[in-house]
Design a protein around this ligand. Structure first.
Ligand SMILES: Nc1ncnc2c1ncn2[C@@H]1O[C@H](COP(=O)(O)OP(=O)(O)O)[C@@H](O)[C@H]1O
Ligand SMILES: [Mg+2]
Length: 248
């Protein structure tokens, strides 16, 4: 996550495409470069979604007509998903760069339409990697695969897939608009930005203190990041169902 006041280089650091000069690439492109270098096109699938979060409303930056997207949580595993968001399979780094550029254009358009600066919204890149662990990929991972398999009950011959998720977030500016005499719409906006940044801070503090409760329900941002806070296991989730009243 890139956090800081407007103008401190968050978007530059995470979002820069660096099409002409690889040294200019930001973290999103570099991360995908790394992911693509360690996956195999045949057996692994790399997919991305790119979202915009403004005033507690999620918009799809790859399909901007999709707005006010709901967050879904699997009641059993606590896994967070966004069933309505476009998920695009990445072919190669150039393809990803093009997607990011489309997203940036849409982010700019959304900000213009909402009459806000990009610094007032959060941009969230979600990368999903799926690997079939039945196909023996290579000797390097073979012993790990065996460990995983022996840990799994059954062995009913169904294909097993290992999933992982990476989120890269360009946060809204952290300046305190509420202290600078904002009114009307600006005040409402500042409340939402502060809500998500404050609840993000609370979750990070709770995690740093090894607290048994991480208050992810308070904002859309922290709900989206819920499984990144390590609160996705069934056991832990069931101890938190009492929080359901905070939903929405
Ligand atoms: N490391 C850097 N080197 C050169 N220019 C930078 C660097 N970081 C930021 N900038 C420039 O500073 C300005 C503000 O950066 P930006 O990423 O938009 O800030 P933020 O997203 O935090 O509001 C931009 O014009 C950007 O190009
Ligand atoms: Mg920015």
């Amino acid at each position: 996550m890139a956090y800081g006041q407007t103008g401190t280089g968050k978007t530059y650091t995470v979002g820069k495409l660096g099409k002409d000069d690889a040294a200019e690439r930001g973290i999103m492109v570099r991360a995908l470069e790394d992911v693509l270098a360690s996956t195999m096109p045949g057996s692994d699938v790399v997919e991305v979604s790119y979202l915009h979060l403004y005033m507690e409303s999620i918009q799809d930056l790859l399909a901007p007509e999709k707005a006010s997207i709901p967050i879904n949580e699997d009641a059993r595993t606590g896994e967070v998903s966004l069933p309505d968001v476009s998920v695009v399979k990445v072919q190669d780094l150039n393809h990803f760069s093009d997607l990011l550029q489309i997203g940036e254009t849409n982010r700019h358009a959304a900000n213009t339409k909402q009459n806000t600066e990009s610094s007032r919204s959060h941009a969230i890149l979600m990368v999903h990697v799926r690997r079939s662990i039945n196909q023996k990929a290579g000797d390097e991972t073979a012993s790990q695969e065996k460990d995983v398999k022996s840990n799994l009950a059954g062995g009913n011959g169904l294909p097993r897939v290992r999933k992982s998720k990476l989120l890269v977030v360009d946060l809204a500016g952290s300046e305190r608009l509420d202290k600078s005499g904002s009114e009307g719409h600006l005040l409402e906006e500042a409340k939402f930005i502060n809500l998500s940044l404050t609840s993000l801070g609370k979750c990070i503090n709770a995690q740093a203190e090894n607290s048994p409760h991480i208050p992810t329900r308070d904002s859309k941002l922290t709900r989206l990041l819920r499984d990144s806070f390590g609160v996705s296991t069934a056991g832990k989730y069931s101890s938190r169902v009492g929080d359901a009243r905070h939903r929405k």
